[in-house]
Each structure stands twice: as structure tokens, then as C-alpha cells.
Write a protein that binds this ligand. Structure first.
Ligand code: PLP
Length: 455
């Protein structure tokens, strides 16, 4: 039998990668020192993307060349979304400990599908489940799965809801949802096979909260989807009242708390999340408010047994042990060991650190809003958490202003159409943000406003 050995692979196997590793680490260090001012890359730098190597060559290329090219591209064309002056969408930064743990986990390349693939990942994931449930003060029985993000987590939570309410006939399920629910929740409903005709979208008030009087009657085949943190204004639904109505009818309540479920960790903001423990499932991201690197979403379900059954499969080669197998808690099988960066972050912050992070982000958002009001902006939302929604004179001026702000490089903010207005959304989500960062932005924004006013 021919013992084929690839020359290409052999060369890679025998290559000394030490030098490239050093180059990579030096580049990471330089990037973290963050010398660039512009948060969003300027057009001139973005044109470098046209020069990216496009041909998929037949023969291998040198790894030195590839890594150097990537480093150069990254320096100039990345969005500095982990900086303290990034306020777009809802995007957290990344604590150094979280990133370092992630680098280690990626180096170890652990597959957290099965205990037998990584006892380390299994043990750490089990601890994270306990810690997250404790941190958010959810029922102790709750199961936790680690996925790519809240969007994906919602699919799993709603799948578990259908499994419990009507395993056989999903078409009998009714869904009651806020008109302002996040797009990924509607996407999750599509994926799990819920038709539009099964969905009742309920009107929201001017803060973005479900209007209780507009809720339809619930029954034991209803899934009620609530929000802890409206993606624009940050409003929280009235969990206490709606969960009581749902519990009375044995309906299922899911809470999308992608960035704001953490309010429950903070004494000063806990009133917003009152009653969340009465829900059946929750989604929250570690990669937003908790500031871990991307691709770290969390699904939680009160009834562990039902949750595990909703995902249960078997295969003769999937050898189960008495230990935790990550794949039993999520879709798919192979996945990176997300728990490692989550564990490191939770340890580094402690419960008090999480609470103070949440309160600091909130205080900064309030400060931003107050100062913007002084500059003549209308703040359209009540700043209950970390979101600020602003408008300047009219839609045209607001649009123009947003472009000028983002093009100035001082920060990045995003937009939405909210309450029939074109609005600028500010999301204070990065642990790196300081009041000085906000002042720097305010200084530039003031100048831009003056320019617009003087026309
Ligand atoms: C309220 C809310 N739900 C869901 C999501 C989707 O989360 P992910 O991007 O982690 O899938 C977001 C994203 O910003 C959000 O703000």
C-alpha cells in the first residue's frame, strides 16, 4: 500500500512557527495599544480591501506573507469596536482577561461537545452554569447552554417552549410578542417553524414597552416573548404583571435580555428586572454587557429536564459519561470551549465587579444624555439602562449630523427609525469607556452642531 505523504503538509508540519507567533503577538500588543484615532476606518484605508489577495492559488503561499498581510490590513481597516468611543448597535468590548483566556482556549483547540473530548471544558462549563444562574438570580434548577449569540440562544429557548407546550403540533402554538422585539427573535420563530398566522404582535408605548391592555388572552399553548432591554431605547417590559398572567394559564414566558438582563445583578437597577425569575427561559449575551470577546451567547431554561429532552439525540459513537456533555445543551455538536473566557471573566469581576460594570455603563449613558440635552438634542427615551436615543431638530439634520459625527472619527454611533423618526442610537457597552471619552465626543459633536446651525 502506498504510504502517501504530502510535501505541502509535511512542510507545514515541520515549519518552525515560533517566529510568526512572535510577529502575531507583537501585532496584537500594538493593536491593543490602540494608536488609531478613527473609530470607523476612513475611506482611503478601506480601499485597501480592494487590494486583498483574491486569487485562490493552486499552490501554497508562505505563512509569513499571509500573516504579515493580515496584520497590515487589520491595522487600518478594522472597526475599533472594542474602543471606549464605540457606541454603535449594542457591542461590548473585551476584557483583557477574557481575551487572554480565549487565546488560550483557541490554542488548546478544545472541542466542548463531549466530556471525552475535553474534560476541562466540561468542568468549566458546568461551573459557568452555576455561576450565571446565581449571578442573574434565576431559579437554581435552570439549564444553561453556550452558543454563538442571543439570536441563536433564542432559537433553542423557543424550541424548548414548543417541545413543552405541544411536541407534536407546532402549528397549534400561539406566540405573543412585542411589536418592538428584536429582529433575531422573529428569525428564531421562522427557523423553528412558527407561521406568521400564529404570531400576535402587541403594541408598545412610547418607551418601547408592551402595553398590557393590548395583550390577548393566553392559554397553555401560548409563548409570550418579553424584552429586558429594548434594542433602541433599552426599556424593560413589566415582567411581574405579565408573568403572573402567563403563569396563571400555564403559558411559557421567554425573556430576551441580550444586553440588559444584567440589570438584575445591580441593586440600583434591579427594579427594572423585577419578576424575571417567574419566566421559563431567558437569553443573554456575554459578548455584550459582560465584555467577553464575540461569539458568546447564553440560553437559560428553568426546566432542565424539558430543555435537555428538547435537544436529545443519541449515536453509538457519542459516548456519554456521567459528566456534562456540552452538546446536550445546544444545537449541533462540535464547538469551541466558550466557557473558558466566560469563566475567566466572571472570576475576574466577581459579583460586585459585574454589578459595578453595569452601573457604570448606566451612569455614563445618563451623563451622555444630560450633556447632549444641553447641546440642544432631544433625548427620546428614558435612559433606564445603557441606551440613549437622540434626535436633532428634524430627520434631515439628524442624518447629516450622524454622518458628520461618524466621519469625524471621534466615535461611532448607529441609527434607527424609532417612533416615526430617524434617530441616533448610542449604546454605552464598553468597559473601556471613560467620562473623558464621552467629553471628547461631546466636544466634537458641539462643533458639528454649530456648523449645522450656522447654515
Ligand atoms: C435585544 C436584543 N436581542 C437579541 C439580539 C441579538 O443578539 P446576537 O447578536 O448576540 O445574536 C440583540 C443584539 O443586539 C439585542 O440587542
Amino acid at each position: 500500500m502506498e504510504k502517501f505523504t504530502s510535501k505541502i503538509i509535511e512542510k507545514i508540519r515541520n515549519e518552525d512557527s515560533q517566529e510568526n507567533l512572535e510577529i502575531t503577538f507583537a501585532a496584537i500588543k500594538e493593536y491593543l495599544e490602540n494608536k488609531r484615532y478613527e473609530i470607523f476606518p476612513i475611506q482611503e484605508e478601506l480601499s485597501l480591501l480592494n487590494e486583498i489577495t483574491k486569487d485562490f492559488n493552486d499552490l501554497p503561499q508562505s505563512s509569513d506573507k499571509i500573516i504579515t498581510e493580515l496584520i497590515e490590513l487589520g491595522k487600518k481597516t478594522t472597526v475599533l469596536s472594542s474602543s471606549g468611543r464605540y457606541f454603535g448597535f449594542v457591542v461590548g468590548s473585551s476584557f483583557p482577561i477574557a481575551m487572554q483566556a480565549r487565546l488560550l482556549a483557541d490554542t488548546w483547540d478544545q472541542n466542548s461537545a463531549l466530556y471525552l473530548m475535553s474534560p476541562l471544558a466540561s468542568k468549566i462549563e458546568e461551573l459557568c452554569e452555576k455561576w450565571i444562574v446565581e449571578l442573574l438570580e434565576l431559579p437554581k434548577s435552570s439549564a444553561m447552554g453556550l452558543v454563538s449569540g442571543s439570536g441563536n440562544a433564542t432559537i433553542l429557548a423557543l424550541n424548548a417552549a414548543c417541545y413543552q407546550l405541544n411536541k407534536e403540533e407546532r402549528n397549534k402554538i400561539k406566540v405573543v410578542i412585542s411589536k418592538e422585539a428584536h429582529a433575531t427573535v422573529y428569525k428564531a420563530l421562522k427557523i423553528i417553524g412558527i407561521a406568521d398566522s400564529q404570531i400576535t404582535s402587541v403594541e408598545t408605548d412610547n418607551k418601547g414597552k408592551i402595553i398590557i391592555d393590548q395583550l390577548p388572552d393566553f392559554d397553555k399553548q401560548t409563548i409570550v416573548i418579553l424584552q429586558a432591554g429594548n434594542v433602541n431605547g433599552g426599556a424593560f417590559d413589566d415582567f411581574e404583571t405579565i408573568c403572573a398572567l402567563a403563569n396563571e394559564k400555564n403559558a411559557w414566558v421567554h425573556i430576551d435580555g441580550a444586553f440588559a438582563l444584567y440589570a438584575n445583578t445591580c441593586q440600583q437597577l434591579k427594579h427594572l428586572t423585577k419578576g424575571i425569575e417567574k419566566a421559563d427561559s431567558w437569553t443573554v449575551d456575554a459578548h455584550k454587557t459582560l465584555n467577553t470577546p464575540y461569539d458568546n451567547g447564553i440560553v437559560l431554561c428553568k426546566d432542565k429536564e424539558n430543555y435537555l429532552n428538547s435537544l436529545k439525540v443519541s449515536g453509538s459513537y457519542l459516548v456519554a459519561t456521567k459528566h456534562r456533555d456540552g452538546m446536550s445543551y445546544t444545537d449541533g455538536m462540535s464547538r469551541r470551549a466558550r466557557a473558558i473566557e466566560l469563566y475567566a471573566t466572571l472570576r475576574a469581576l466577581g459579583k460586585q465587579g459585574v454589578a459595578e460594570l453595569v452601573y457604570e455603563l448606566h451612569s455614563q449613558a445618563r451623563y451622555f444624555a444630560d450633556e447632549l440635552e444641553q447641546l440642544g438634542f432631544e433625548v427620546l427615551n428614558e435612559v433606564v439602562f445603557n441606551q440613549v436615543v437622540i434626535h436633532y431638530k428634524d430627520d434631515k439634520a439628524t442624518k447629516e449630523l450622524l454622518d458628520l459625527i461618524n466621519n469625524s472619527g471621534v466615535c461611532f454611533m448607529s441609527s434607527a427609525n424609532w417612533q416615526n423618526k430617524f434617530v441616533i442610537r448610542i449604546s454605552v457597552s464598553s468597559y473601556k469607556t471613560t467620562y473623558n471619552d464621552i467629553d471628547e465626543c461631546l466636544f466634537v459633536i458641539k462643533e458639528i452642531c454649530a456648523k449645522i446651525d450656522n447654515r
